[in-house]
Write a protein of this length. Structure first.
Length: 363
């Protein structure tokens, strides 16, 4: 497939970047976008009422690269900022990225190739990602799922796509299912807008995956993902909407999902050295799903954190700029050793993927 730069048949990809007080990382993010090997892109940056140097930095990039379109609005939240960018976009595909995340150079090229090969039934292509800290060091990897086709039952269990900076979305999907949900912020429940959109797309379209690490999600103490109260309200809003629309999905899947969500908060609490919060979220997870007791890693985590032992998932501290695909596969250790708890989770995931496969077979 010929996707060389300047080919008149190349589809235009609209990159959308919501930015609020993003001066610390927006330069690295923009650099990773304009350095994509797939160059047939437009880049829409929405300044969501920033009070720092975000506007100045983005406009300096825009003066050097005509593909960058700078937009501004009063602070209205990440969903409204993304929606404004989508409304102003011209591309056949939408590629969101948050203002502190990083794309590896071939991300868009590989996703465009995948979605073109998949045909019109495909609404979204996801990929794998790593996590980086505020200094750009890789700390771990996210899930390495391979689900394709009809995937909405799996999305009811968890947002296996990962962060908002992962997908490439067919813009026609958004005409059918709508944009990002701004009502969540209005209900003081900001945080799960991406999961909500992924599920609505999955109700009508198939998914595909590029099985490579092509994106780096930056986790910092200031990340929205650590605003636990807002995230939890957001989770329950989205989860209840899924339950109401899909009573055929077994209730136990939602119970498993809730327990995993609490464990996510527990892990985030450890990273922030908030040990009391770790115990609180771990206990809430336990009350939701007793199998949590079988995960010895939870006990080791709190002991190591209290003792000040910082465990990295990489054998060496490596920055995202200094690593390639082979090194990621070679150096990232499996953080979950084989255990009874892992066996239970694996069996649950098999149940969920089997539901997806049954739907795919019947279509």
């Amino acid at each position: 497939m010929n996707l060389t730069y300047g080919n008149v048949n190349n589809p235009l990809v609209s990159v959308i970047i919501p930015a609020y007080n993003a001066q610390s990382y927006i330069t690295d993010t923009l650099q990773s976008v304009i350095s994509q090997t797939y160059q047939d892109i437009e880049i829409l940056v929405v300044d969501d009422g920033s009070t720092d140097r975000t506007s100045e930095i983005v406009q300096s990039f825009a003066r050097k690269d005509h593909r960058i379109i700078f937009l501004q609005q009063d602070n209205a939240g990440v969903a409204a900022a993304r929606n404004l960018a989508i409304e102003k976009s011209r591309g056949e595909y939408i590629a969101p990225i948050d203002a502190d995340d990083i794309w590896f150079p071939q991300k868009i090229a590989k996703q465009v190739e995948c979605i073109l090969q998949a045909g019109e039934s495909c609404g979204l292509v996801y990929t794998w990602s790593v996590r980086i800290d505020e200094f750009g060091y890789i700390t771990s990897r996210d899930r390495m799922d391979t689900l394709e086709g009809v995937v909405y039952p799996a999305l009811a269990y968890c947002n296996f796509i990962g962060s908002a900076s992962v997908p490439l979305i067919n813009s026609k999907c958004l005409e059918k299912v709508g944009y990002y949900n701004t009502q969540l912020k209005q209900n003081n429940a900001q945080g799960c807008e991406d999961w909500d959109l992924y599920f609505r797309i999955a109700e009508h379209y198939e998914y595909r995956v590029v099985q490579e690490f092509l994106m780096a999600y930056r986790s910092t103490p200031q990340s929205m993902s650590r605003n636990f109260s807002s995230m939890l309200r957001s989770y329950f809003f989205v989860c209840q909407d899924i339950k109401d629309k899909h009573p055929e999905i077994p209730q136990k899947i939602f119970r498993w999902s809730e327990a995993q969500f609490y464990l996510h908060f527990a892990r985030q609490s450890i990273l922030a050295e908030e040990y009391i919060n770790y115990l609180k979220w771990w206990f809430k997870s336990l009350l939701t799903d007793y199998s949590v007791l079988l995960n010895l890693g939870n006990y080791k985590m709190i002991v190591k954190a209290v003792l000040g032992i910082h465990k990295l998932s990489l054998q060496n501290r490596i920055k995202y700029k200094e690593i390639n695909q082979q090194q990621i596969f070679r150096n990232i250790k499996r953080t979950n050793k084989f255990s009874i708890h892992q066996m239970i989770n694996n069996n649950r995931w098999k149940v969920i993927t089997q539901v997806c496969q049954n739907i795919n077979s019947n279509n």
